[in-house]
Design a protein. Structure first.
Length: 142
């Protein structure tokens, strides 16, 4: 009898754990975080390509040629690979600038939505205006 109770508790504990874990995974925050990580990874690939394929050849090519290097990663002095640091710094600046532009656009849209909502009269305001108009009509009739 004791073995059966122990086994039943173990099965219930495992089922409870699985249920709790499923509830944890299905929370909106966890799913939002997973989506953010996936999008962030994809965004990183886009920015890396943008830096390596557009910014470096167009803007940095003259500086790299003057330094006698083909790739920014090859820039070094006394064994210090400052080119890798410069590449990471450029990535950071571009990512920060793009995020700044995105946040600014979202804030602008939010302000526009807030203004549209504020400009629309509420039901109470409409009823109050109607009441004032009716009172004025009644006063004129008397």
């Amino acid at each position: 009898m004791a073995n059966r109770q122990t086994r039943d508790r173990a099965v219930n504990s495992a089922g409870g754990f699985a249920r709790d874990f499923k509830e944890f995974l299905m929370r909106g925050n966890v799913i939002d975080l997973a989506v953010a990580v996936i999008i962030g990874t994809a965004f990183n690939a886009v920015v890396t390509s943008f830096i390596g394929d557009i910014i470096t050849p167009v803007l940095l090519k003259p500086a790299l040629q003057a330094a006698g290097v083909e790739d920014i990663a090859n820039l070094s002095a006394n064994g210090i690979k400052y080119g890798l640091f410069l590449s990471a710094l450029i990535n950071f600046v571009v990512i920060s600038f793009v995020i700044f532009l995105m946040i600014r656009a979202f804030e602008k849209l939010k302000r526009k939505d807030d203004l549209e909502v504020a400009a629309e009269p509420t039901i109470e305001e409409k009823l109050n205006d109607t009441l004032i108009q009716l009172t004025a009509v009644i006063d004129r009739k008397l």
